[in-house]
Structures are given as structure tokens and as C-alpha cells.
Design a protein around this ligand. Structure first.
Ligand SMILES: CC(C)(COP(=O)(O)OP(=O)(O)OC[C@H]1O[C@@H](n2cnc3c(N)ncnc32)[C@H](O)[C@@H]1OP(=O)(O)O)[C@@H](O)C(=O)NCCC(=O)NCCS
Length: 172
């Protein structure tokens, strides 16, 4: 039987679990308060969780400003990584942004984060710049990646491949 997965907007009740994942995944994690601000107050914010059997196993926070979606943070629980959840969260956010009229999608990533870079390249992102000494606490540079012209058909194809691994419900 395929595992159940729900992709839906993040709610206030998800924040402790999401902040817990963020802390486990990042060297300089967002504090719980930042997620609280995003969910409660950021008029430009968009947040998703992936939920399995009532447990948040992945999340994404993005900002939509003018005509650009910026992916602010994304994470998947280590035991759920490599199964398509990051792909589904990214495409769900991109589809939402395209429906709102976005013309490009951007993000920053550590050059050492090969797994994330592979995911973004698969979705059509390319490196367009480098911000030196960007990440705390170690001063690693950030690569600036953008997908200037997302291809809905290609995204749909990749979505279908990832989605068929799950008994998936999407409510975005
Ligand atoms: C980056 C991250 C969100 C990806 O989530 P995920 O659910 O593992 O991603 P997916 O399973 O959808 O995989 C997407 C692509 O990533 C790459 N990938 C996934 N697992 C991998 C692994 N074990 N080794 C190498 N590449 C891998 C592959 O290219 C994969 O595409 P494919 O399956 O078509 O080959 C997740 O690894 C994570 O939470 N990392 C820690 C936090 C982080 O670095 N966030 C990004 C900050 S910019």
C-alpha cells in the first residue's frame, strides 16, 4: 500500500513540529517565532506542510513579491527524504505562484548542498549568481538560483512521477 500524504497550507498548530524539523536540518535554523510570523502575519507569505498520518514530515515557506516567488526555506524529515516530498512541495508552491501571475522563481542554496541543488536543477532552476560569505555561522557563500520561465507541462510530468509514489491529497 502506498503511504498517505497530504499537502496543505501550514497552520499555527504545525509550527512546533516544523520548527523542530528546521532545527534538525539546518546549522542556522529559523526560530519558531519566524514561522509564527509567516503563518500569522506575513501578507506576502505562502507556507505548506506535507503530512503523513497526522505528522508533519516536510514543509516549505515562500514569499511572493511583485511577480516573483522566493523559496525561503524547505525541509523534509531525514527518514522521508529521497521519496519525492521535496519535489511535490516545490512544484505545489510553483504552481500556486504561476496561478497568481508569477513570472520567475528564485532561491538561495549552499554550494555544498548537492542534494538540494539537484532537486532545483531538475525543476528548471539555474545558478545566476553568488552571494559571498552569506551563511552563518560558517560564512559559506550562497548560490542564487532562478527558474525564470517555469514550464508547466514539464513540472506536471515531474509532479506525476513523484505523486504516484503516494496516496496523495493536495489542498493548497
Ligand atoms: C533538499 C530536500 C528538501 C529535498 O527533499 P527530498 O524529499 O529529499 O527530495 P526528493 O525526494 O523530492 O528528491 C528530489 C531530488 O533530490 C535529489 N536527491 C534526493 N535524495 C537524494 C539522495 N539520497 N542523494 C542524492 N540526491 C538525492 C535527486 O536529484 C532527486 O530527484 P530524483 O529522485 O528525481 O533523482 C531535503 O533533502 C532536505 O530537507 N534537506 C535538508 C534541508 C535543506 O537542505 N533544504 C534546502 C535548503 S536550500
Amino acid at each position: 500500500m502506498k503511504p498517505k500524504l497530504v499537502i496543505r497550507p501550514m497552520a499555527a498548530e504545525d509550527i512546533p513540529a516544523v520548527a523542530g524539523m528546521e532545527k534538525a536540518l539546518f546549522r542556522s535554523p529559523w526560530p519558531e517565532k519566524s514561522f509564527e510570523y509567516e503563518v500569522a502575519s506575513n501578507p506576502h507569505g505562502y507556507q505548506l506542510v506535507a503530512e503523513h498520518d497526522g505528522e508533519a514530515v516536510g514543509y516549505l515557506v515562500a514569499w511572493f513579491v511583485v511577480d516573483e516567488l522566493q523559496i525561503a526555506t524547505i525541509g523534509v524529515k531525514p527518514e522521508w527524504q529521497g521519496r519525492g516530498i521535496g519535489t511535490l512541495l516545490m512544484i505545489a508552491a510553483i504552481k500556486w505562484a504561476l496561478a497568481k501571475g508569477a513570472s520567475s522563481i528564485t532561491l538561495e542554496v549552499r554550494p555544498s548542498n548537492e542534494r538540494a541543488i539537484k532537486l532545483y536543477e531538475k525543476l528548471g532552476f539555474r545558478v545566476v549568481g553568488r552571494r559571498e560569505n552569506y551563511y552563518k555561522p560558517d560564512g559559506e557563500d550562497a548560490l542564487l538560483m532562478t527558474n525564470p520561465n517555469p514550464d508547466p507541462k514539464e513540472l506536471e510530468r515531474i509532479w506525476s512521477q513523484a505523486a504516484e509514489r503516494f496516496d496523495l491529497k493536495v489542498n493548497t
